[in-house]
Design a protein around this ligand. Structure first.
Ligand code: F6R
Length: 364
């Protein structure tokens, strides 16, 4: 079943261009330049608030989605980890949309949050990878990812498929609310349709990433930095690394570095900077230089223009294809997954079954 791959996780990382394309098929009409929902007549026009709830990697997909919902649809988004959500007695005005993201569709905390929102008159939308799951059955609007079964405990392909669905859903909401016109919608569709190809090109850098895993595998602590939608990608990179390689890793918003974590930096701390060129690039690169000036071992993940502009100060770079900002989270997921994977292989851990972790967490 693993084919030529040594681990399920590796197989699932490499499947991403295919399963993301497969997922997008249900949400895009490229010839018409339109996005579509699996339930075409589900009315989104009255929604003026979105509450996103999820755990772990699915939560980070939700954090990325918050940027898209607010940018395209101009609808305010609250987001919580499911294990905290109910306990703050959240204000849920009638008519809001509550959106739950879950690979398994069974995570106990997320399911409890869903039921709480149902009792508070929220419309329930779920992004799930298992169409027969409990969350799928209890939803008003089922938004399936089409990633196929995910066996590796660390979520990879389910995550990028969640991102694909969430981007398309944000565009649907934007259209329903009249916040984008037909030309803007067509642009979004065009860029989303480019994601699988760009992800394939990211996968072409597998060997380069394997070659630099040795810079990370001896470390005790690793930091990941990003800004904007790359901030949740930094959190995701850190989560992937800690769960499969057992190296302590933290994701930080790049600008928060100087408010504390910069005290940790020395020559033993690799710092992974996720910074595609674009409007946030210069600010993140100046944070990167602050790290390098203190001896931090910077590994920059960027595109050709970004790597050229960043100048000196990196011990290694990972070059991603140049791509539209909308699809950057899908593309930049690939190198952070591969880096975690190769570091774990170098350390000899059980990549597919990391200690203490279960694929589906059915207790609160
Ligand atoms: C991390 C990982 C977990 C899950 C989390 C939620 O790689 O797999 O953090 O993302 O347990 O699971 P689902 O998405 O099934 O609700």
């Amino acid at each position: 079943e693993k084919g030529n791959h040594r681990h399920y996780m590796q197989k699932e990382i490499f499947e991403q261009p295919v399963v993301v394309a497969q997922t997008l098929q249900a949400y895009l009409k490229p010839l018409d330049g339109r996005v579509a929902l699996p339930i075409p007549d589900f009315d989104l026009s009255a929604i003026d608030r979105v509450t996103i709830v999820a755990c772990g990697t699915s939560f980070y997909a939700g954090m990325v989605a918050k940027y898209w919902f607010e940018k395209f649809a101009r609808v305010p988004v609250d987001i919580d980890v499911a294990s905290e959500f109910r306990y703050r007695d959240p204000v849920l005005a009638p008519g809001g949309l509550a959106l739950f993201i879950s690979q398994s569709g069974e995570t106990a905390d997320t399911l409890a949050a869903l039921r709480h929102c149902k009792q508070h008159d929220q419309k329930i939308a779920v992004v799930v990878n298992v169409p027969t799951s409990t969350m799928a059955r209890e939803a008003d609007l089922l938004l399936p990812t089409n990633a196929g079964p995910e066996i590796g405990v660390a979520s990879t392909k389910a995550f990028t498929c969640q991102l694909a669905v969430l981007a398309a859903f944000a565009a649907n909401l934007a259209r329903a609310k009249g916040r984008i016109d037909a030309a803007e919608e067509a642009e979004i569709v065009k860029h989303l349709a480019e994601a699988p190809e760009a992800m394939s090109r990211a996968l072409d850098h597998d060997d380069d990433i394997a070659a630099i895993a040795g810079l990370v595998s001896p470390a005790r602590d690793v930091l990941y930095l990003g800004r904007g939608p790359d901030y949740p990608m930094a959190l995701e990179g850190a989560l992937k690394l800690k769960e499969i390689s057992y190296i302590h890793a933290e994701g930080y918003a790049a600008g928060e570095m100087k408010h504390g974590p910069i005290a940790l930096i020395d020559e033993d701390v690799p710092v992974i900077v996720i910074a595609p060129s674009g409007e946030l690039f210069e600010k993140t690169v100046s944070n990167m230089h602050e790290v390098a000036a203190r001896g931090g071992q910077v590994i920059l993940i960027s595109d050709a223009a970004g790597i050229a502009a960043a100048g000196d100060g990196c011990v290694a770079t990972i070059e991603m294809p140049t791509c539209h900002p909308l699809i950057q989270p899908l593309v930049y997921a690939v190198p952070v997954q591969l880096l975690a994977y190769h570091v774990a292989v170098a350390k000899g851990t059980d990549v597919d079954q990391p200690r203490n972790l279960a694929k589906s967490v059915t207790v609160e």
